[in-house]
Design a binder for this molecule. Structure first.
Ligand code: ZN
Length: 274
């Protein structure tokens, strides 16, 4: 009987790990409601976007996976280990025709990350894997984690509204998904599906395993990787409500800087604290 019980618990753990894993590219390929390739149509839509007319952040306006994530076409498993950058060092170069102010903002965003975590962004020389900052008219977007070879963080001019959007996209490349993807998020927020555009429902899945989200890292409403309360709204009403204090709504979707939770999570992921 005891052995039976142990087997059941083991099966439950395996099932849990299976369900609560990163989405595979196979899974993502079946989702037809987001675009895989960057495109200028998405960029042109963003040029018409303004915060006063529409709620949310510029990276939440994209048609890509979760708004701003470019998914690899390769049919390989997402694994957190494979997607990390060796020793937390990310080589980068700036290729787009950015203005001086925009270049300064990218460098300030890098400084914010470097000053609070052990991630280092270094000018690219001959490294195989590296990031290119570009500014095609295709929106604000990034891959999640180290993709292999060169990979783009795209920041068209509307992505410079706040420094937070730049930090947000760099954190995707570091290896982090959106905070509200956490498997335990329903304890903290309510997703109001009737207010979400049908095509965008796929953006509100839960899939992050709890390895970095355990007690050390409580649900972080203030994360720079959290959607704003009106993300992907079809009717101007809230798509995310808090189960906590209503004051928290003011923090949700902030794009000012890293939260304490963001810092802790990156430092755990890259073992900066050891
Ligand atoms: Zn994002």
């Amino acid at each position: 009987m005891k052995l039976q019980k142990k087997c059941m618990i083991l099966a439950l753990i395996i099932a849990y790990k299976h369900v609560e894993s990163y989405p595979t590219d196979d899974f993502l390929a079946k989702q037809s409601s987001f675009e895989i390739e960057p495109n200028n149509f998405a960029g042109r839509i963003l040029t018409k976007w303004s915060e006063t007319d529409h709620f949310g952040n510029p990276e939440e306006q994209g048609p890509y996976f979760e708004g701003d994530i470019i998914v690899s076409n390769e049919r390989t498993f997402f694994t957190r280990q494979a997607k990390k950058w060796k020793h937390g060092i990310i080589p980068y170069k700036i290729s787009g025709s950015f203005t001086e102010d925009q270049t300064t903002m990218i460098k300030t965003a890098i400084e914010e990350i470097e000053s609070k975590t052990c991630i280092k962004l270094v000018p690219h020389s001959s490294e195989k894997d590296f990031i290119i900052f570009n500014n095609d008219v295709s929106g604000c977007w990034s891959k999640v984690g180290r993709g292999g070879g060169s990979q783009t963080i795209n920041l068209q001019s509307q992505c410079f509204k706040t420094i937070g959007t730049i930090i947000h996209e760099i954190l995707h490349a570091v290896g982090l998904f959106h905070e509200q993807n956490r498997s335990d998020r329903d304890d903290f927020i309510e997703i109001v599906t009737e207010n979400i555009r049908k095509k965008s429902l796929v953006n509100f899945q839960k899939f992050i395993p709890n390895i970095y989200d355990a007690e050390e890292s409580l649900y972080d409403y203030e994360s720079i990787l959290h959607y704003s309360p009106y993300a992907f709204s079809i009717n101007g009403k809230q798509t995310i409500k808090t189960k906590g204090s209503q004051e928290i709504i003011k923090l949700m979707g902030q794009r000012k800087g890293l939260s304490e939770g963001d810092i802790l999570k990156i430092n755990m992921m890259y073992k900066c604290l050891q």
